[in-house]
Design a binder for this molecule. Sequence first.
Ligand code: NDP
Length: 340
Amino acid sequence: MKKIFVSGISGFIGTHITIEGIKRGYQITGTTRNQQKEDEVKRTIAKVLGEESLNFLKVVHCDLNSPDNWQEAMKGCDAILHVASPFPLGIPKQEDDVIMPARNGVKHVMDAALANNISRVVQTSSIAAIIYGHEKGKINFDERDFTNLTSGNLVSAYAKSKTLAEQDMWNFAKENPTLKITVMNPGFVLGPILNKEIGTSADVIVKMMKGEFPGTPKMGFPIIDVRDVAKAHFNALENEVSIGQRYAIVNESLWMKEVALAVLEACPEYKNKLKPRELPNWLVKIASLFDKTIRMVKDELGLLYDVNNEKMKKDLNITPIPSKEAIKATAKSLIELNLV
Ligand code: NDP
């Protein structure tokens, strides 16, 4: 494999994936929707890898909601990393604003893959397609768990979009036995920010560092460094054992309070803004009556989700960067880029 098609190269994860791919000697054809983001991603890659690295990058404009350009853009590529999907900061007006691009994207990418006889595909899903809609209090998960959208539990539009888009991908694989699919299910992705395209996960750290949170809710997620996410995509692509498999791409889980304390440890000068103190659950529940975003997380209060990463370590040969290091790298890079 020489030429890799990557959807969503301008995003937080997509940019790191593009850098990892070029470092490994691949030619990357990557998508974004507009010229401004194309310019930004090229500037970033030239800054990290040098101007000549741009000879290994071709950028094309494709929208997940439209079939236009995908087939032409993939011509000559050997494999696909389908990373692009909407990851909104807040709650969308309509659930379909998030769900439809995610699902349409799988259809357009896979139709174009089949038309170009490309069989090897790695899709970026999420632990959001693993951990929701289960019996109350369940906190231990692995790749056998699928978010249950029929349980009647509150599941966010984003988690629905990731679950349905991943199911669509597995259905494509069933209907087209020549396809060789692997799915990545990353946790809460942090690590170095490279430009002003911060992404939704690191925005939590931005808000903490700007003093926008009065404290931290008692909840927690498995964290993973974006550099490990990028490596995992290519290690999966390069290892046939991953075909037909999904992988939780995670490291240790931390409470939000521990996340704030790690930021504080890395950047003590932010001590007047950062408020690591844990808010009582009753207070967050009252706030959820007035705020839709808080309402989405109220059922997660008191839960520290844990997702097993043994399969990732064994098959993909990833020894993950400690979660606290990922958090500290986010905080320091935000300061270096003057974004907080
Ligand atoms: P970003 O918001 O930083 O990037 C999203 C990317 O998706 C952008 O490149 C954007 O491209 C593209 N995209 C969004 N909507 C469309 C659309 N309608 N048409 C074409 N492209 C579109 O997110 P992340 O980098 O954080 O996330 C990347 C992937 O990883 C997503 O699939 C996300 O669900 C998944 N993920 C992220 C996690 C995290 O914590 N960050 C955790 C687990 C999974 P454009 O340049 O056109 O704007």
